[in-house]
Design a protein around this ligand. Sequence first.
Ligand SMILES: Cc1cc2nc3c(=O)[nH]c(=O)nc-3n(C[C@H](O)[C@H](O)[C@H](O)COP(=O)(O)OP(=O)(O)OC[C@H]3O[C@@H](n4cnc5c(N)ncnc54)[C@H](O)[C@@H]3O)c2cc1C
Length: 483
Amino acid sequence: MTSRAQVLVIGSGAGGSVTALELGRAGYDVLILEEGNRYEFSDYGQATPEAMRRLYRRRGMTPILGKVPIGYVEGACVGGSTEINSGFWHRVPQEILLRWKAQFDLDVSEGELGEHYDWAEERLGVGLWKTEWPKSTQVFARGIEAMGWSYSEVPRAAPGCQQSNACARGCPTGSKQGMSRALLPEAESHGVRVLAGARVNRILERSGRVQGVVATLRREGRNQLVRIDAEHVFVCCGPTETPALLLRSGIRFHVGNSLRIHPYLKVAARFDERIDPNESVLPLLQVKEFWPELSLGGGFFSPGQLAMTLSENWPANRGHMADSRYMPQYYVGVRGTGRGWVRPTVFGTEGTLTRYELSSDDLRNLSVGLARLSELLIAAGAKEVYPSVWGVGPIRNQMDAVRWLDELLPKNALSLVTVHAFSSCPSGELRKKCATDSQGRVYGYENLYLNDASILPDSPGVNPQATIMALARRNTLHFVSAS
Ligand SMILES: Cc1cc2nc3c(=O)[nH]c(=O)nc-3n(C[C@H](O)[C@H](O)[C@H](O)COP(=O)(O)OP(=O)(O)OC[C@H]3O[C@@H](n4cnc5c(N)ncnc54)[C@H](O)[C@@H]3O)c2cc1C
């Protein structure tokens, strides 16, 4: 079966939805192909195992291989990872943009991105918390103030958040503005078609021109192979699947060799006072004192997540599951200066292999970060701090904490996770490093564009969604005005 669209957008997450909306508004005939399914909003907020089966890639269990394996989580549904993220919102700092200019010759200025951030913030209702901070935020603020460090409340794309603590299960109240709520309905009102359950296997190209794609459509338990032709193709499959698709299609120039991530180390802290983290929004503050290499903030809480953190030292810690109402979770996040790669597996079209090696700076920053976060939490009144590191902790006092300012955490005992990956196909004018030009056009191809997390030249050091959306809009409007 063969069909056609003027423009194909592959993937409906942060990058793909912005791209499709702006193309639709400009009058293009746009078809979005999205591997994941589309769910009714009334189906959001299911119990964790069911939510993960529906909304996540590999039910949330994608390994990043390496000497220290890292658990990677991303969405695979209409709206992509924006359906399950926490909605924290950061503009990329000016200094990082300058570094992207210096290292990749990325042709974009802070002023130029400003209007696109403004646009996205208005669409998504980005703003600060309106009422009293929840308890897990209050104790965190108390600790930061006791340490005398700078911090800020991070705005979120969740106007009217009702503290259902269900961001990661798909917001059941409609507050969190995933793309399926915030942009896709408007895109569809401009004629954009969304085909869910359609995984693109291969991009068809000849002599630097893309002809279309081959995709597998999942329909009522059966797979159907289709060819869809197009004049232009935007690949927005996210930081690991975009390079995997390009490589499977024989498109290799600086593709998949420079994956970056923000590695995260989780800790749980036990207080004397009731925090009830399961009944409130996750902690809203980030410590800025050690930015950009290091940030400290609030982790998502569920009893299952707490069990995972405690499980690193389960025989000693398991009794604390009974204290879960007293035990919020926080994290150490590092900018990530290690390097990784992405490769498709040779078996079939489903598998993607991802690898990242922690740099020595990453290990140093994680160790220092654990020291700083533990100092803060103990200053806030925590009785014990439990890091997700086998054989380490509990940390009970400032001396236990500061030890990690000078010692390195045992690498093989770390249990790390990430939800932020990027830079697998960096964009910029420097051809010796970049896969696309500054506006996302793939080098060597007239009509093939990337417009998602993969094109961030390097790790932003802050939550990435805002910058993915701002760059995606800028690039799409550039495409519209140039064609
Ligand atoms: C649990 C979690 C919490 C997070 N919290 C935050 C936060 O608070 N703030 C923040 O800024 N960022 C956060 N992030 C990260 C942020 O959501 C992502 O960086 C962002 O959504 C990436 O955008 P993207 O367009 O590159 O990819 P995605 O949004 O992941 O979209 C990619 C889409 O492409 C589809 N796709 C992939 N391959 C194919 C294929 N071959 N064919 C068809 N479709 C395909 C996928 O199914 C997916 O829907 C979080 C992420 C997660 C998972």
